[in-house]
Design a binder for this molecule. Structure first.
Ligand code: PLP
Length: 475
């Protein structure tokens, strides 16, 4: 049954901000102020310092100290300006890893799929390892077992020193990389508990690992209850992993440590201002932030996004960006989220679908992760939704670490509530429910047919073929 010719497309795949939420007018005013003041426009239009536009470093230090309620103020030197979280990840890997000495990259799974190629580019093909999540976040015991095994193999192979990277004053080469999106994760939507964050930092210290977190959704948060009168929250609910590392058990610069720390936070203006700005920041120890600023491509020309840094710095200093986040983005995304959740509860939960971390008080980000009732499979739903309902959703398998079968997501899908027009979100879920119901009816029918055949001929018993095998063809 093909409906797509008569129905407008509904896209619940794309993880972009809705165009109506881009602060074009504020940016136009900021750009005008910047470009009419030579004290800002001249450095903004020239090559900048390696660590980035200093006005933005300062504005970020103040804002982040306030938002994350850090135990001590963040010094601007802990921050280096980047071209956004993706570019920053590539730079961190260039400076702080060696494709041989760095044994493995451990990715909390399901994983933001566009990082796979960034790791491949840095020579980690075949070295990516998934780590599953439970209701509190990363499975620490699973990770610990993996790290131990990896270290035993490195000892066996005599992998004792970096093979491609020379010692450099501004860097160190870590033995392991751990990648996570601890708050309102893309794609799982989960938030890692404080206990897990602390356990993760302790484990990273024990195994000489650098935890790289994409903290790009932290600012987009709201109470989950539709009854709540509040739809914006001006302070983070949890410290970042980098904050935990900074203060836990003597901190990242404790006596006897090398001072680089074991965590780095990737921040970005993509989700809170506009991805086209290609501007973000890293925060870590001063030594680590300095190291990122010494990436070869940054040394030649200064930090990326120099001009756009002057615009966002202007918006942060005037408080306009904060106000855009708290007065526009949080309430709008809260509304979108609640519309989608209401529709899921009405149409999908009765079919047996399940939400991740459903009991949380505070939710956020762009995504909802949905586990489908087996035997319904995510890839079949994605394909049939497109063909039959002109609806685009993402199957969970896209977020699996490539070339492994240990941590897989055949019965899951990711839904995005940030991009599509608000009035289409509930309809998207209704279309999805129709697809799932049809698949369930077909499955029931196949079961019934199978039973009848079995009864008639006893064929299945003879051939040893199970009901599941038969259903497998269609699912
Ligand atoms: C977890 C995560 N990291 C990074 C990015 C990309 O960030 P940026 O635009 O700053 O490169 C995204 C965007 O979808 C994301 O979800």
């Amino acid at each position: 049954m093909l409906y797509h010719k008569t129905r407008p497309l509904i896209n619940l795949l794309r993880g972009w901000p809705h165009p109506s939420l881009l602060p074009a007018s504020s940016l136009k005013d900021a750009a005008s102020r910047v470009l009419s003041n030579p004290e800002v426009s001249t450095p903004g239009l020239l090559y900048g310092p390696d660590w980035g536009y200093e006005g933005l470093q300062q504005a970020l230090a103040e804002w982040l100290s306030n938002f994350y309620k850090t135990q001590k103020l963040i010094e601007p030197k802990r921050i280096t300006i980047t071209g956004g979280a993706s570019q920053s990840l590539a730079c961190i890997l260039q400076v702080f890893t060696d494709p041989v000495f760095t044994r493995n990259v451990w990715l909390v799974s399901p994983t933001y799929m566009l990082v796979f190629r960034i790791f491949d580019d840095s020579g980690f093909t075949g070295k990516l390892r998934p780590v599953p999540e439970d209701e509190e976040g990363i499975d620490i015991e699973f990770l610990k077992r993996g790290l131990e095994k990896s270290e035993r193999e490195a000892a066996r192979d005599g992998n004792n020193e970096p093979k491609f990277k020379k010692p450099r004053a501004w860097s160190k080469i870590y033995r392991h990389i751990i990648y996570a999106v601890p708050t309102f994760s893309n794609p799982s939507s989960k938030t890692m508990s404080l206990t897990r964050r602390e356990e993760l930092v302790r484990l990273a210290r024990e195994y000489d690992a650098l935890i790289i977190t994409d903290d790009v959704y932290d600012f987009l948060q709201w109470p989950s209850s539709p009854m709540s009168k509040i739809s914006s929250l001006e302070r983070a609910v949890l410290p970042r992993v980098v904050d935990v590392d900074r203060f836990l058990d003597g901190g990242s610069e404790r006596k006897g440590s090398d001072g680089f720390g074991n965590a780095v936070s990737n921040g970005s203006f993509s989700k809170i201002c506009g991805p086209g700005l290609r501007t973000g920041w890293v925060e870590g120890t001063e030594k680590l932030a300095w190291g990122v600023s010494q990436t070869g491509s940054t040394r030649s020309g200064g930090a990326p996004s120099q001009l756009t840094s002057t615009y966002v710095s202007d918006l942060l200093k005037s408080g306009e960006l904060q106000s855009h986040i708290f007065k526009t983005l949080q309430p709008t995304y809260a509304l979108r989220y609640r519309k989608m959740i209401d529709a899921i509860e009405m149409h999908l939960i009765p079919l047996g679908a399940e939400l991740a971390q459903s009991g949380r008080d505070i939710v956020g980000g762009y995504f909802i992760w949905l586990s489908l009732p087996p035997p319904v499979k995510g890839d079949v739903v994605a394909q049939r939704a497109k063909e039959e309902e002109n609806l685009v959703v993402t199957q969970g398998e896209l977020f699996q670490v490539p070339d492994q079968s240990e941590v897989t997501f055949p019965h899951d899908i990711r839904l995005c509530f940030s991009w599509e027009d608000e009035e289409k979100l509930a309809e998207g879920i209704e279309r999805l429910a129709r697809v799932i119901s049809r698949l369930q009816r077909q499955s029931d029918q196949q079961d019934a047919d199978g039973k009848m055949m079995q009864h008639k001929t006893g064929e299945e018993a003879q051939s040893g073929r199970s009901k599941k095998d038969t259903a497998g063809k269609f699912w």
